[in-house]
Design a binder for this molecule. Sequence first.
Ligand code: NA7
Length: 543
Amino acid sequence: ITPPQATDFDVAIVGAGFAGLYMLHRLREAGFTARVYEAGDGVGGTWYWNRYPGARCDIESVDYSYSFSPELEQDWQWSERYPRQPEILAYLNHVADRFDLRRDIELQTRVTAAHFDEQAGLWRVETDRGQHVTARYCVMATGCLSLPKQPDFPGVERFAGDCYLTAAWPRQDVDLTGKRVGVIGTGSTAIQVIPQVARQAAHLTVFQRTANFSVPARNGPLPAAEQQRIKADYRARRDISRDSLFGVPVPMPAAPRRTRDIPPAELRQTLETLWAQGGAMSLLAAAPDVIADPEANAIVAEFVREKIRATVKDPKVAELLCPSTHPLGTKRLCLDTEYYETYNRDNVTLVDLRATPIERITEHGLRTSDAEYPLDVLIFATGFDAMTGALNGIDIRGRGGLALKQAWAQGPQTYLGLASTGFPNMFLITGPQSPSVFSNMVVSIEQHVEWIADCMAYLRQQGIACIEASAPAQAGWVAHVADVANGTLLPQTDSWYVGANVPGKPRVFTPYLGGVGPYRQQCQQVAAKGYEGFELGRQSVAA
Ligand code: NA7
């Protein structure tokens, strides 16, 4: 038995968003040393980068927040039902200060490589600042939607106007007054940015390839009394979220009724009430079978189309905005504030890229197959290389020099979305094959962080230096994730959930759809059985 070498830190953490910040705090509390490496020059992750106008979370602020500190929970005051990006960023900066996290965070430092040294039983981490550090464990808190797709439209480099990527929006204000602006994309991001741009720009042209389903947010100020009422019973609300399907405070129905069995008048009333209340997750949680039963889906999808037709005055534009290519919820269900209403403005034009595809970007605008649109500004809201993009951007190597990219060439291979065979002592937070993007991220992040920290504490206590997902356990989990997904309508739709938005990516459905509550139970059972499905040991911890 080789005693492992001493390391610079117990744990290297990549990323200082919601996940990395809490991981650092939790590990410190458990008596580990940890160092966080963050590419941005501030903390916040997703909420650091995505500064585009209208950027907002689609989970309610009282739920999209840490629950680990009752004092933090009580002290922090949210101003609106759904938090804006600057408010979330301010919250995360407050957390970094409040828990004195900054002294262990290296900003403007991108991790370029992480190699497992089998002889020494440690991770060797390299950064773009030329640092070489060693750590017993490596935790990837790199985010699920953190690598934006780069615009690769022909001619893009020749555009004489200004180009902006929503996920790399400049820090200084961008003045669009009097400008002719084009937005490419109509996903969650575009649906937030479009109404804001329309208010400023002289003219806005939206280039739509796929119409999406969107539900009104019904955002507004969060009155102090209402917030106080929620905070008075915060534990109960958090507990419901933890045990729920999507990590929001909608309890799992004990005996779910099939949507198609609900009398039409009653269903209509329920949908009208939910529509009036706003919220995408509550619509899905109220009729969870919409993602599995085509008949249920058709009913709810048609309800949303009716709302679009009732909102958008020009029937041709309304029809273009009515999703027809995929069942509701099989692409991310969007949340909006006056998205459909925006198309009633005189200064907004919708272009259907399915009928008239983009040919090229020119010096002065964008040319489709039938017209040229003169533009001063182009905004790309074209999405991310989701789930695996950020991980693949790091040269991660496990046993025998095995590259993660290679191990995942046919799609991600994980056990519980937390670890991967061949990569000992590496953990993923909200990794592929965990509920992550199909849940309230903060609830999922807290669960992973706590599980990982508890696991490391257990290993330390047991004198175990090495943990690795076993190949059979991993194969079982990958098959289970696929089985659950195949019981739904989601794998059939081209979406970033299956990697269809990135050419050459293997088509594999990545999120775990079993629900946040059941997933938590499975993780707890694995831990309770001494980390069943993991191989422990191989080297003992030096005294
Ligand atoms: P999404 O949901 O991937 O949306 C990207 C949009 O951009 C979508 O409408 C795409 O159309 C469109 N797109 C992408 N590439 C092209 C090209 N080449 N031509 C035309 N249109 C294109 O990304 P978001 O940032 O909106 O949201 C990502 C997640 O972040 C969201 O779900 C939240 O969880 C937060 P397509 O549908 O591919 O036809």
